[in-house]
Design a protein around this ligand. Structure first.
Ligand SMILES: [Zn+2]
Length: 282
């Protein structure tokens, strides 16, 4: 297995299962959008939406990426160690039942075991879906394997500044949109699109669910020829199944990230969307 060269300090943590001093690590008070990888082997481990402030002095995550972290109970049965599932490098410990977040799990990780890649990094592809209230669309994508981040925002209207208040009037041309950053080695654009078609009502022409208005219309935004072909193919398949697709294809435009209180809305409230649900289609 290909591994990265480690400094003495990193070796002490990752190979010799050491612990860095609390409040000393560079990712302790660090909340940018992106992906946390294993310092030793580069395997993706956690994403920023899983990170929370536990005030413990170490980076804390209430979940990990699918199958990326292995749990090993300590011999004395008191604590559970976590290691990278790919290389076995030491990460830290996991604590359950503390009720600090709705998932009641705290992966307590050494900053030195991690390497951060921001979502803005070009290595992640982006997809843009509008399917009514962005809270619900974001909620479903956050939990999908291969998705690095799902961010609520606006797209389609005037390419200067905009706000929720303005978009709510329904006459700005903007739709409520979710920006999906994804790892294409884990999930394809077609899979994302098919997933999107199963979590919103693509037949509704005046909004989504109880949310009526131009800002709640459904659309897929892209300016990529291959993606366009994929969208047409998937829409055709759905129409052959006997459904009408009202969701439109729109040219990708400038994305405006929504106000912070709109991000991770349901996660923060520990509730489920009123506006979206998964309906199997394919
Ligand atoms: Zn690793």
């Amino acid at each position: 297995m290909k591994t990265n060269k480690l400094t003495k300090e990193e070796e002490n943590i990752i190979l010799n299962k050491g612990t860095e001093y609390p409040f000393s690590g560079k990712y302790d008070k660090f909340y940018k959008d992106g992906l946390y990888k294993c310092k030793y082997c580069d395997a993706p481990l956690f994403k920023s939406s899983q990170k929370f402030d536990s005030r413990s002095g170490w980076p804390s995550f209430d979940d990990s990426l699918y199958n990326s972290v292995r749990e090993i109970p300590d011999k004395d049965g008191r604590r559970v160690e976590i290691v990278c599932a790919k290389c076995g490098g030491h990460l830290g410990h996991v604590f359950k039942g503390e009720q600090m977040t709705p998932k009641s799990t705290r992966h307590c990780v050494n900053s030195l075991s991690l390497d951060f890649v921001p979502t803005s990094d070009n290595k992640f592809d982006k997809a843009y879906f509008a399917g009514g209230c962005f809270w619900g669309v974001e909620y479903f994508f956050e939990n999908l394997n291969g998705v690095i981040s799902a961010v609520s925002g606006y797209m389609g209207g005037d390419e200067t500044k905009t706000t929720y208040q303005e978009v709510s009037k329904g006459n700005t041309g903007h739709l409520e949109v979710v920006q999906i950053a994804y790892d294409k080695t884990k999930v394809s654009y077609e899979s994302l699109l098919k997933f999107f078609m199963q979590i919103h009502d693509f037949s509704q022409t005046n909004g989504q669910g109880p949310d009526i208005g131009a800002q709640y219309l459904s659309a897929v935004f892209t300016s990529d020829k291959e993606e366009r072909k994929t969208i047409k193919k998937v829409f055709d398949t759905i129409e052959k199944l006997g459904h009408k697709v009202a969701t439109t294809i729109e040219p990708q435009a400038k994305f405006f990230k929504a106000e912070s209180y709109h991000q991770d809305y349901y996660q923060g409230k520990n509730s489920k969307p009123y506006c979206h649900s998964f309906k199997k289609l394919f």
